[in-house]
Ligand binder design. Structure first.
Ligand code: ATP
Length: 445
């Protein structure tokens, strides 16, 4: 994991927030390559969820919402973690922290930080929502929250979308947006952060059909995840036990990935029943039921939710792509070389190709520049004329760039270039006029 974090910084994927001030705990910034990777993941999700389906509409709701939303959703009362404090060293821990020995609140409990016995308080509930004030006066009446999930923005707009889009049940609403949680034990790089992005879809169905839709969405989502190019043996399902289920869920399955720190969730499929819409109807006083024109029945729809973290999915993709390998020396190198390579699926890679003039003379830079200018109208490509060609390949391997295009002596004679494949290291000669087509085909999936 440390190696991945260091590569992410070195190559401009992810930086610590406010690093020059010593960093802000568990908040991360995406650099030039990271922002492209995350954007490619989000666009892939949006395409498959919204554009390729007739039965899902898109939405972009605001982060700030009426505070009553969080009463209705149960987040004010129930979005909590039990915490214990050490009266001696003032550190705070989750009550289920495996490092705590004994029972918090009892004389036998030992603080994991300072080691003192009997100083841990009994668990108290701590709300994970970030609070702030709206308007100029900092008083209780002005308290609002940064949303801890994007889902509620969808529920409160359910009627608006239904009426304006002329959808009929079953249909869904999809949204990508920021969420905030004042996590007590954040960490593992971008796995658990206090500010993150979710890709959520709420699918509204007729009561009684939710189990069938739940299974359909489980299959759909696993297929999408596999389409990211992640090794299937690193993926598995985890069904929530009764004690794990969130306050709104009747059934829940996580898609887990085997991270370097163990199997962990990065997407959840939840049967939220009519919990949210029923509560919003009650708290807002606004009717949220649905009239089925075919049967004349009225009902509050059930909801099947698919909820993925964009950052966690990016971490899955990065962890899965990271490899250290011994390779036969390439141009200008000795026999065997160690390389670090990100074997990202080409369509997810931040840079699709890098263009290299073999040497900075004999007209090669001019041709290389022309090819680069041509390509970048279609793809995100990079120009590099610094250092040996072997070193330039290695830099692009670390960035996960799938194709290296080298302009050499032969190019100036027959207008062909070499295209090096990041994974197989094979080189083929391609007519420079056919490059766009060549890349488009390789990037199609
Ligand atoms: P966890 O138990 O790991 O905190 P959760 O079960 O609370 O997650 P959900 O509320 O189901 O997570 O959120 C759906 C998705 O949002 C998660 O699968 C994850 O990808 C993402 N997510 C949730 N919390 C965070 C966080 N603090 N940092 C990054 N991503 C998160």
């Amino acid at each position: 994991m440390e190696k991945l974090v260091s590569l992410a910084k070195r190559r401009g994927f992810v930086f610590q927030s406010s690093e020059i001030y010593g960093g802000l705990g568990s908040v991360w910034d995406y650099g030039p390559l990271g922002v492209e990777l995350k954007k490619n993941i989000k666009e892939r999700w949006w395409r498959s969820m919204v554009h390729e389906r007739e039965d899902i509409e898109g939405l972009d709701a605001a982060i700030l919402m009426h505070p009553k939303v969080w009463e209705a959703s149960g987040h004010i009362a129930g979005f909590t973690d039990p915490l214990v404090d050490c009266k001696h060293c003032k550190n705070r821990f989750r009550a289920d922290d495996p490092r705590i020995k004994g029972t918090p609140g009892q004389p036998d409990a030992q603080c994991p930080a300072c080691g003192t016995k009997g100083t841990l308080t009994a668990p108290r509930q701590f709300n994970l929502m970030f609070k702030t004030f709206m308007g100029p006066v900092e008083e209780d009446a002005a308290v609002i929250y940064l949303r801890p999930e994007t889902a509620q923005g969808i529920y409160v707009n359910y009627l608006n979308v239904l009426q304006s889009s002329r959808q009929k049940i079953p249909f869904g609403i999809a949204q990508i947006g920021k969420a905030f949680r004042n996590e007590i034990t954040p960490g593992n790089f971008i796995f658990r952060t206090r500010e993150f992005e979710q890709m959520e879809m709420q699918f509204f169905v007729k009561p009684g059909s939710e189990k069938e839709w739940f299974e359909r969405w489980r299959a759909e989502r696993m297929q999408w995840v596999e389409g990211l190019g992640v090794r299937t043996e690193k993926l598995r399902w985890h069904q929530h036990g009764k004690d794990e289920l969130a306050h709104y869920a009747a059934d829940a399955y996580d898609i887990q990935y085997e991270f370097p720190f163990g199997w962990q969730e990065f997407e959840g499929i939840h049967n939220r029943t009519d919990f949210d819409l029923k509560n919003h109807q009650q708290h807002s006083g606004k009717k949220l039921d649905y009239l089925d024109a075919a049967t004349n029945e009225r009902f509050i729809p059930y909801v099947v939710e698919t909820s993925a973290g964009a950052d966690r999915t990016a971490l899955v993709v990065l962890c899965d792509a990271y490899r250290e390998e011994a390779v036969k020396g390439e141009e200008g190198e000795g026999n065997e070389q160690q390389r670090v390579v990100l074997k990202l699926k080409p369509s997810l890679a931040p840079l699709k190709a890098a263009v290299f003039p073999l040497v900075n003379k004999d007209g090669m830079p001019d041709v290389a520049r022309r090819i680069y200018d041509d390509l970048r109208r279609r793809f995100n490509v990079f120009y590099d004329d610094g250092g040996s060609i072997g070193r330039r390949y290695r830099r692009q391997d670390e960035a996960g760039t799938p194709f290296g295009i080298t302009i050499d002596g032969q190019t100036t004679q027959d207008q062909t270039v070499t295209v090096r494949d990041r994974d197989t290291l094979k080189q083929v000669r391609v007519a420079s006029s056919a490059l766009i087509e060549y890349l488009a085909e390789k990037l199609a999936t």
